[in-house]
Design a protein around this ligand. Structure first.
Ligand SMILES: C[S@@+](CC[C@H](N)C(=O)[O-])C[C@H]1O[C@@H](n2cnc3c(N)ncnc32)[C@H](O)[C@@H]1O
Length: 320
């Protein structure tokens, strides 16, 4: 996945004049903090250098994961056209850029972010872009109320796992109250990220939410550790991204887990492809999560006719 040109240019503008070696040092320190999953009350992004490193090495990946989650919602609910959005733990506004790309009718967005540095960075990114009208709030969602009228689209991307486990349920409750239609939660595609997602999924189903994606059912998740539900998006790396990461490849695969729920039931998907398809001559094996709540591999061969053609064209994350 490529970033939209306007976002790419805004990032290049923000990073211009920065020495790749400084970005690389800040990016390495940031990655270390994320890997440690430190929750000592301090924000991971607290300085300009941290925020710029995030733009260089993390935003392209989180954008890709959020945008892919939105694509799955759009496929499940082509009639959904949000006018208003609320993004919590917005960082530099990543989810807003993805939402504006997916739903061009989006008119108004409210972004909650605890880090003033990140907020300034997000305001600067959006300065010359044609985006919905944006209002920012500097707030700590672990303690502060979400005091706004419910919004059509509510997002919480790569932020749930940064909250202390004991406040997550309350935050989710507040988010659901603030949701007029659809709530999307995205997390890193790690076993810990998936645990956050399945706990949120169970809580939201209990609160009356309808699943939109990726699950084709509201039964308990059929995957059992060490397996976990996650997807992957291939992200193009810019020159600066490669330099900041001291990486050679022009792309990376971002693994992510997500759940999207709505107040409105949507038409159900028969099955979701939950691993990379394995293709051979005249055959393809898909790992499927099905509407009856089961998950297993299925081999499709040419004898399956149209179904084989659809299976062959499908990808990790596709609805079948
Ligand atoms: C990994 S970043 C994700 C940023 C953005 N959502 C994205 O996907 O690129 C996590 C964000 O959550 C914010 N955050 C963490 N704890 C928070 C809290 N208690 N209140 C508000 N924001 C918080 C952080 O400051 C950071 O911007």
């Amino acid at each position: 996945m490529e970033l939209p040109p306007s976002l790419r240019h805004a990032i290049e503008r923000a990073l211009s004049g920065r020495r790749p070696a400084d970005l690389a040092a800040a990016a390495a320190a940031l990655s270390q903090r994320y890997r440690e999953e430190r929750r000592d009350g301090r924000l991971h992004v607290a300085s300009d250098e941290d925020a710029l490193a995030y733009l260089a090495v993390r935003l392209p990946a989180t954008y890709a994961a959020v945008r892919a989650s939105f694509a799955a919602i759009k496929q499940a609910r082509p009639d959904f056209a949000p006018q208003t959005a609320l993004d919590i733990g917005a960082g530099p506004g990543t989810a807003l850029w993805a939402a504006a790309d997916c739903w061009p009718d989006l008119a108004n967005a409210l972004l909650f972010e605890a880090s003033a540095v990140f907020r300034t960075c997000g305001e600067e990114l959006a300065r010359e872009a044609s985006l919905p009208h944006i209002s920012w709030r500097t707030a700590d969602i672990a303690t502060d109320a979400i005091d706004c009228t419910p919004r059509d689209l509510v997002t919480l991307a790569y932020a749930l796992n940064e909250l202390a486990p004991e406040v997550r349920q309350t935050v989710l409750q507040r988010l659901w109250h603030a949701t007029a239609d659809t709530l999307v939660i995205v997390e890193p595609g790690t076993p810990a990220g998936w645990q956050c997602i399945i706990a949120a999924r169970a809580q939201l189903i209990e609160a009356g939410a309808h699943l939109v994606a990726p699950c084709p059912h509201a039964h308990a998740c059929p995957l059992v550790p060490p397996d976990w539900c996650h997807f992957a998006e291939r992200v193009a790396r810019s020159r600066l991204h490669r330099l900041a990461k001291e990486a050679e490849l022009p792309w990376e695969d971002e693994k992510f887990s997500y759940v999207a729920v709505s107040r409105t039931p949507s038409s159900t998907t028969a099955a979701r492809v939950i691993a990379r398809p394995r293709k051979g001559s005249g055959r393809v094996t898909l790992k499927l999560c099905r509407e009856d709540g089961s998950a297993s591999e299925h081999l499709f061969s040419r004898r399956d006719g149209t179904l084989f053609k659809r299976a062959w064209r499908s990808d990790w994350g596709s609805a079948l």
